[in-house]
Design a protein around this ligand. Structure first.
Ligand SMILES: [Fe+2]
Length: 400
């Protein structure tokens, strides 16, 4: 496979290359010179306190389709896992069933969170050999897992906190997810006229790491996984009166996989990153950005489904400087203002984005919806506006 081929998941979702270039900023690259070639995200794997209900939430509120299942009925005595899809985005929602399940220990420590950012790779053994030479912690040695649908080859390495990257070569596999999973279909009936999906792909996943460790993790992705640094860099010049963060972005060769990494910066009051680190009990995945080609419709439907978004002050839209910077976008600014959608622009184009409130009990994991129009950025120009909106919520929780 060359880097500009569509992945099976993308073909399956009827996505094309032009769409993906716009949706996630896909770029061509030469896989043969990459010591750790990565094709795409394979899955975002969550561990939650109640997988049965959380999987329903994603079907009901995020419009995702249930495609596979593993649990006691399929011979998995330890836990349950529900596989959900929207376009090429795949979420796995898992939780402990047996009181002895290690999934319950993960949940006790971190609350609902992302345990694994699984990556699709063409050569598991090559990746692991390189990763080991570069000093990575190998959590699972390369091994084959088979069932009647074929064989996958897999391994896993440790990332920040308790997060891992499982590496999966599914070239020889045709089942609904992984061996041990059975096909499943959603029991949710969609209202008439409901779009096929509310988003098409995972655009990026942000990791929050401890104070002073951002560069160490950027180095990990550079050295161990051959990721390149993207231009966006948030220094301590971007801060509010209350909290601050530093951020750098790494991406795999074709830019399908993009991982911004945040660390708290010293500020007068507690940074939102500190709040995450405290309540997640360590480093972890902070937000998952979902690429959509119609953010207005997606926000309207998700809001009607009960998803809560951060509010944006009217002053954000009325500020003449911002209006000037935004220029012309595809809809009148009033349409964005009524929904609280943010706009950012750089030399390549613009993007529209909005953030949800944390979706679990702890003030940790949340979502972003992003609609790109040429811009390959992450909304740097919106960081200050976003901080202020997040801090209003933080203050209401008494954690500022
Ligand atoms: Fe983001």
């Amino acid at each position: 496979m060359t880097s500009t081929d569509l992945t099976p998941a993308e073909l399956d979702a009827d996505l094309d290359l032009d769409q993906l270039k716009q949706l996630v900023g896909l770029v061509p690259y030469d896989e043969s010179t990459d010591p750790f070639p990565v094709t795409a995200m394979d899955a975002v794997v969550f561990v939650v306190g109640n997988a049965t209900q959380t999987a329903k939430y994603y079907q009901l509120a995020f419009g995702m389709d249930l495609v596979a299942y593993s649990g006691p009925e399929t011979g998995n005595k330890d836990g349950k896992a529900f596989v959900l899809k929207a376009g090429s985005a795949r979420f796995v929602i898992s939780g402990g069933v047996s009181p002895q399940s290690p999934l319950l220990d993960h949940h006790r420590k971190h609350g609902d969170g992302v345990a694994d950012l699984a990556l699709e790779v063409p050569d598991v053994d090559k990746c692991i050999e390189h990763a080991r030479k570069q000093g990575a912690v190998v959590l699972e040695e390369p091994n084959d897992v088979s069932d009647e649908h074929g064989t996958i080859r897999r391994a896993a390495i440790a990332a920040y906190g308790d997060t891992r990257h499982t590496l999966i070569d599914r070239g020889g596999y045709h089942g609904p997810y992984l061996p041990g999973f059975v096909a499943a279909t959603t029991q949710v009936t969609r209202p008439e006229g409901h779009p096929k999906r509310l988003f098409q792909a995972v655009d990026h996943v942000v990791g929050n790491v401890e104070l002073g460790r951002m560069d160490e993790w950027v180095g990990f992705y550079n050295k161990v996984m051959g990721f390149v640094n993207m231009a966006e860099f948030i220094g301590d010049d971007i801060a509010t009166d209350y909290s601050a963060l530093m951020s750098k972005v790494v991406a795999n060769g074709n830019h399908r996989v993009k991982f911004p990494l945040n660390e708290p910066a010293i500020a007068k009051k507690k940074s939102q990153i500190d709040e995450f680190l405290e309540f997640y009990d360590g480093a972890g995945a902070q937000h998952i950005a979902l690429a959509t080609n119609d953010i207005l419709r997606t926000v309207d439907i998700m809001r009607a489904n009960g998803v809560e978004f951060l509010s944006t002050p009217d002053s954000y839209y009325d500020d003449p400087e911002l209006r000037g910077r935004i220029g012309q976008v595809r809809v009148p600014i009033e349409e964005l203002k009524t929904r609280g959608i943010l706009v950012d622009r750089d030399e390549d184009g613009y993007l529209l984005q909005i953030f949800t409130k944390p979706i679990g009990d702890r003030p940790t994991v949340f979502y972003e919806l992003i609609e790109r129009h040429g811009s390959l950025g992450f909304g740097k120009g919106n960081f200050k506006a976003l901080f202020e909106a997040i801090e209003r919520e933080q203050e209401r929780r008494g954690n500022l």
